[in-house]
Design a protein around this ligand. Structure first.
Ligand SMILES: [Zn+2]
Length: 240
């Protein structure tokens, strides 16, 4: 049975990631339990890895203005647990697994003709914005870290463009309806970095969880204003 990472990394390279001084250091600072099911003795168990390697599926978002959106799975089980562990419990190591899941999904979407092949166009991953203060409190933005992990695995023709920020005055979206989420974010997602991706790049907005699609819609609109077309949205987990 292949884990998510085994499916991409040759076995030798995978072994390198899980041994040596870095692993020993991680063992000292992190509790050794699965980030998906809290099984002791492993950071990411075989069962959870299997859950994470399922095929991406197309999403129907509840708000307008979202490009074709794909998820690697539902916001439940191992995915839900890993998102919470990465965001709230400082499990930075899990962002590697999220990156692996996205990389697998990108490969599938290329095979299905939903995304251009790497030989044809470069790929640009744009992490969905998270509010700065929340990200700092969590010890870094897991979506940004996962995007870098994904790019590393997909290879040289993949870039990460962390250009999106949420302006101040945006409320926490928990408890808001789809319409309220859209209103809350309207015009408040900002493009803060130049230059953008090359004109021929395939641009994919990545996020950990998609609930209504309001963040994806606001991000897509902000990028469009700056002449950047988002080709697809890819998330780890979708609330359905
Ligand atoms: Zn597990």
């Amino acid at each position: 049975m292949l884990s998510t990472a085994d499916a991409i990394f040759p076995p030798g390279r995978r072994a390198l990631r899980q041994s040596g001084p870095m692993r020993a250091l991680l063992d000292l600072v992190l509790p050794l339990e699965c980030g998906g099911c809290r099984q002791p003795g492993t950071r990411w168990c075989v069962g959870c890895a299997q859950q994470l390697s399922s095929e991406p599926f197309a999403l129907r978002t509840r708000v307008a203005g979202v490009p074709p959106a794909w998820s690697t799975g539902s916001y439940a089980g191992a995915r839900r647990a890993m998102v919470i562990a990465a965001k709230e419990r400082g499990r930075r190591d899990l962002t590697q697994e999220i990156g692996c899941a996205w990389a697998l999904a990108v490969q599938r979407l290329r095979e299905w003709g939903e995304l251009d092949p790497a030989e044809l166009t470069p790929l640009c991953l744009v992490p969905a914005p998270s509010r700065g203060r929340a990200a700092r409190r969590r010890g870094g933005d897991p979506v940004l870290r996962a995007a870098h992990a994904c790019a590393l695995q997909l290879g040289a023709a993949t870039a990460v463009w962390p250009a999106l920020r949420v302006a101040s005055g945006v409320r926490d979206s928990v408890g808001l309806s789809a319409d309220q989420r859209v209103a809350n974010l309207l015009g408040r997602v900002l493009v803060t970095e130049r230059p953008g991706p090359s004109a021929d790049a395939t641009v994919v907005l990545v996020d950990d969880v998609l609930t209504t699609g309001a963040t994806a819609a606001a991000s897509t609109a902000a990028l469009r204003l700056h002449g950047v077309r988002v080709h697809a949205v890819l998330v780890l987990a979708a609330v359905q």
